[in-house]
Design a protein around this ligand. Sequence first.
Ligand code: SAM
Length: 300
Amino acid sequence: KMSNPDAPEDSSSKLLKSDGQEMGGAWPGQAFSLQVKKVLFHEKSKYQDVLVFESTTYGNVLVLDGIVQATERDEFSYQEMLAHLPLFAHQNPKKVLIIGGGDGGILREVLKHDTVEKVTMCEIDEMVIDVAKKFLPGMSCGFSHEKLDLYCGDGFEFLKNHKNEFDVIITDSSDPVGPAESLFGQSYYELLRDALKEDGILSSQGESVWLHLPLIAHLVAFNRKIFPTVNYAQSIVSTYPSGSMGYLICAKSDTRDVTTPARVLSDEQVKNMNLRFYNSEVHKAAFVLPQFVRNALEKK
Ligand code: SAM
């Protein structure tokens, strides 16, 4: 979810009114609110304003620089789709990299794949990991897993030292104002391509079609110059602005269609993996786009 670049620079300091309204000026003309029961944590890290509050109806909520990142009630939609679209599009993902993802939800989903041998994660802000461990236990449950290699640092810098290494790379970033700015440019996607193996697949947080269609069209257009396969999917996430979230899925080779799963799940497997949003039908349906989005993303 992208913030408004015209918003005042210190907007994060006025980030939350007592009704839990996003106040950063991120979405001009609209704002999202959640009722606050209790503020559990509020500090400035080296990189951003970090807030966790208990809401009356969505459980505990993580807010970075005044923008809701995840709530205990609806996070599964975003986490499952961002993680499982690329992972199930891949025949045999063994090495997975997560950039960002400090709340741990994407890590939790990646670890559900038996094929995965090693998960590397590079999150810039240790404070996000610490508060997730304390206040978001359902998301952060994978941080002590033996398959995890955890690094604290900038994802852009991290990628420069990794070539031809990963089957799947998932960018679970915040919005492109603040520490995640470097994760939205063409040079970042060139680094992602180089870090992927030849049959590698990536997914990235892809904003909302109701708020940022020109930005999404720009991301898709420059990625078509880098990857032979570029696709956009979306799902509903109640507490993201306008209720929808997009996922950019790019593959380094065009040998298979990533809009259909390479590994199809039975109902039994869906249950055993404790999937609450993703299934093999949802995978295919997520790439079916409304006409106004198709028009905006069509090849120019
Ligand atoms: N799902 C959320 C959303 O879009 O609302 C985002 C989740 S949040 C876990 C995103 C994480 O990306 C944050 O923990 C933030 O610290 C991290 N991050 C931001 N910029 C980064 C960078 N340059 N390198 C690595 N991690 C970064």
